[in-house]
Design a protein around this ligand. Structure first.
Ligand code: HEM
Ligand SMILES: *[C@@H]1O[C@H](CO)[C@@H](O)[C@H](O)[C@H]1NC(C)=O
Ligand SMILES: *[C@@H]1O[C@H](CO)[C@@H](O)[C@H](O)[C@H]1NC(C)=O
Ligand SMILES: *[C@@H]1O[C@H](CO)[C@@H](O)[C@H](O)[C@H]1NC(C)=O
Ligand SMILES: *[C@@H]1O[C@H](CO)[C@@H](O)[C@H](O)[C@H]1NC(C)=O
Ligand SMILES: *[C@@H]1O[C@H](CO)[C@@H](O)[C@H](O)[C@H]1NC(C)=O
Ligand SMILES: *[C@@H]1O[C@H](CO)[C@@H](O)[C@H](O)[C@H]1NC(C)=O
Ligand SMILES: *[C@@H]1O[C@H](CO)[C@@H](O)[C@H](O)[C@H]1NC(C)=O
Length: 349
């Protein structure tokens, strides 16, 4: 019975893929995508994010936008990061790849939002669009810009654990970070603008403690850290101490979405090596120029941030009739055998 189910499921999957190919429905994203099918989608998401931000977790906005980033950088914005281990469907989760393990957070809030969306508009809003809208609303609710979300992404049916291991790391040099962004057609200004998301949220000692005592095998701290800030970080993260202790990434306005991240870099108070490199790498005039510009002019930062977020949200999308609208963001849908010729997927739970 199980075998038959898999055969039929596979057959139906092919039908869906073929139909998708024939109709050429690799649609583009649209600002009005849910106007008829889920007109209240943005309010529903905003209300939950606002409730959590205000009542239980001032960090949640930062955590949600990071989920969108880590989703989009691995096989495009397809909700792959949200999938749990699922051997039956060949899913090796991305959640325990090093950049995400004990780090990526907010999954319960994603589930809460998804449940509310399923209540209001069943089987309509993808998990990848959920992350897109939640990110934009998180920025807005934290004092940053709001913008028109481009929607219509569909969820994928695979995860890419090895891809997730290659996410940009805080220990990487500027050249490597530039390359990793360029691979996705994100340029220098995108790198500097998107790094501005480090204007809120937290980082663990383990992500920057290599800078504090013996940086790059020099026997000395990273010379680009301000002396007082260094002392503060050394006290917080002593050698042999608890690597999971967290601190604000933006020490000036920790939960506010503003341009203080860039003035922190100018003051040698960037938390991660990957942050401070944007200002302190000798000869890196191409990035320093943008740090200075965004520090001087928050409007310019917000404009660039929005345009880079839209680019990041447009990475190798699944649209049209490819992929699926996942009903539970943690697992791919099962194929509903005998659902007629529409190729509707449903979850088994
Ligand atoms: C340039 C490459 C990047 C590197 C190397 C990097 C690295 C990191 C690291 C190491 C952390 C702390 C994780 C932890 O301690 O658990 C972090 C947190 C964060 N990152 Fe990035 N990041 C990068 C780009 C981005 C981008 C493009 C965004 C979003 C547009 C982003 C948004 C965030 C946010 C909001 C947090 C805080 C999350 C929270 O508090 O839960 N980062 N990042
Ligand atoms: C839209 O969603 C909000 C928040 O959940 C709710 O308060 C409001 O009643 C909804 N409006 C409609 C027309 O469904
Ligand atoms: C993820 O973190 C947990 C808890 O620290 C650890 O036990 C596990 O081995 C880690 N997973 C991977 C794949 O590294
Ligand atoms: C996983 O991601 C890597 C890029 O990091 C890519 O080269 C590879 O093709 C992806 N694998 C799958 C199965 O999509
Ligand atoms: C670390 O040291 C190597 C070799 O000494 C050098 O090429 C590299 O630029 C250094 N990295 C940083 C971030 O200082
Ligand atoms: C390490 O710090 C984290 C974060 O504050 C805390 O949850 C954890 O219990 C600490 N672990 C130990 C062994 O003290
Ligand atoms: C700040 O940037 C905005 C947007 O690019 C621009 O219109 C404005 O003229 C800039 N302000 C200053 C003082 O340069
Ligand atoms: C999104 O990507 C598609 C195809 O890759 C491209 O045609 C479109 O212009 C992009 N849209 C935005 C807003 O970047």
């Amino acid at each position: 019975m199980c075998g038959l189910k898999i055969v039929m499921a596979t057959a139906l999957l092919y039908v869906v893929l073929i139909l998708g190919g024939i109709s050429g429905s690799y649609g583009q994203l649209s600002p009005t995508f849910y106007d008829e099918t889920c007109p209240n989608v943005t309010n529903i998401i905003q209300d939950i994010v606002a409730d959590v931000l205000t009542n239980s977790d001032p960090r949640i906005g930062a955590s949600l936008i990071r989920l969108h980033f880590h989703d989009c950088f691995v096989n495009g914005c397809d909700g792959s990061l949200l999938l749990d281990n699922d051997p039956a469907n060949g899913i090796v989760t991305e959640k325990d790849a090093a950049p995400n393990n004990n780090s990526a957070r907010g999954f319960e809030v994603v589930d809460r939002i998804k449940a509310a969306l399923e209540q209001a508009c069943p089987a309509t809003v993808s998990c990848s669009d959920l992350l897109t809208i939640a990110s934009e609303r998180s920025v807005f609710l934290s004092g940053g810009p709001g913008w028109t979300n481009l929607l219509g992404r569909r969820d994928g049916r695979i995860a890419n654990n090895s891809g997730a291991q290659r996410l940009p790391a805080p220990f990487e040099t500027l050249d490597i970070l530039k390359d990793k962004f360029l691979e996705l057609k994100l340029d220098t200004i995108d790198l500097v603008a998107l790094s501005g998301a480090h204007t809120f949220g937290r980082g663990r000692c383990i992500t920057f403690s290599d800078r504090l005592f013996d940086f790059n095998s020099t026997g000395l701290p990273d010379p680009t850290i301000d002396a007082n800030y260094l002392q503060f970080l050394q006290d917080l993260c002593p050698q042999g101490g608890n690597a999971s202790v967290i601190t604000n990434i933006d020490l000036t306005t920790p939960d506010q979405f503003d341009n203080k991240y860039y003035s922190n870099l100018q003051a040698n108070k960037g938390l991660f090596q990957s942050d401070q490199e944007l200002f302190s790498t000798p000869g890196a005039d191409d990035v320093i120029e943008f740090v200075n510009k965004f520090s001087a002019n928050q409007t310019a930062f917000f404009e660039s941030f929005v345009s880079s977020m839209i680019k990041m949200g447009n990475l190798s999308l699944i649209t049209g009739s490819d992929g699926e609208i996942r009903l539970d963001c943690k697992r791919v849908n099962d194929v509903l055998v005998g659902s007629g010729d529409s190729g509707v997927y449903v979850s088994s739970i």
